[in-house]
Write a protein that binds this ligand. Sequence first.
Ligand code: UD1
Length: 423
Amino acid sequence: MDRFLIQGGSRLHGDVVISGAKNSALPLLCASLLTAQPLTLRNLPPLHDVRTMLKLLAGTGVRVSEDPTDEAATLQANAVDRLEAPYEMVKTMRASILVLGPMLARFGEARVSLPGGCAIGQRPVDQHIRGLQAMGAEIHLEHGDIVAKASRLRGATIATDMVTVTGTENLLMAATLAEGTTTLLNAACEPEVVDLARCLRAMGAQIEGEGTDRIVVHGVEALGGAEHPIMADRIEAGTFLAAVLATRGDVFLRRACAEDMGATVQKLAQAGLEMEIARDGIRARAQQRPQPVSLRTAPYPAFATDMQAQLMAVNAIADGVSTVSETIFENRFMHVQELRRMGASIDIDGHTAVVKGVERLTGARVMATDLRASAGLVIAAMTADGETEIDRIYHLDRGYDRMEDKLRALGAQVRRVTSGATQ
Ligand code: UD1
């Protein structure tokens, strides 16, 4: 298992290129199942989760040809013969559920292992299932698998009980090939949903209202191929911005798009990050100790739960007290214990953490518990006195493209140590 060794104290400076968005890439890869024609995705980030999704799709019979030099892949689902997402895939990546809607819509059946609990909470998929049932699918559970059938899905009006990102994406993809009109109410407004809708439209889908909480889809008989550039990863960009603030650095984030970042940019500005928004990216710098910023996670455009751990790390060294409330996932404070090991002063009261900023953190041995928690620990470590060892870095590899290389190029002292290797 790989670890990071990080020597704190370096200020980040230079240029970094933000990669394609993981949370956009995963549904877009699944959209290939909706057509027999080739779908080419550009700006595809070379991440562990993307690998897993490509493997899952290849296992169903989708032909995948990759062009790594160009960070692109072409997928063609003209010989799909296994309408399945097996347990081994779903257990490592919950987003595997995103094949359910497209498979059912185009082939009339699907078998997807039911995702279990995960580190950051229960994360059920009941809304995906109920939405597809409202479109006429027959769904039952068999040996832990969701087994779904429908001769042809029918348009329906579906209001989900809560805003769900992958739920919206699954139903949106299913609706493109349904008979008649589907209206999704309480739909997720996340930029990744908009990116998916754009690609589906390029494939011939008829969609209105993406980016709002009401999406209307007029089903068509068939979709065609397309070529689509994946949007830049707003969470990777936000993570680098938080790191610039925490280390008082000066960095240009190429391809970062402030418009997609919702409340993250405002919160970082309140905390003291100076930002100049350019056409091709964001220049960010900070000179002072961060100011504390209180925040509450909520669906887009409010503050993203995927940025909570990183801002917690910034607040841990801020000049004052802040509160951080998590409203999306019930168990997403696991980084708090690890930050405490580094000297952070954080108390948890239910869904709220009260953070009393300290002047310096100190290096320690800590453990990454999930993808974004790992990013929070990396930020904390870069500000700390001495060396921090972060274990279980595989979480980070699921969603960050070559993070240590990018940080090292900006002047951070980060080393990856592979188990068994001498340091
Ligand atoms: C997506 C993102 C993830 C992000 C999250 C919230 C991807 C691949 N992942 O996850 O990075 O942290 O959005 O912004 O895009 N819920 C139910 N029933 C359902 C669906 C969701 O109860 O059927 C609940 C969840 O438990 C959670 C909330 O709704 O409390 C929001 O979850 P959701 O938006 O679905 O998260 P994901 O799509 O899994």
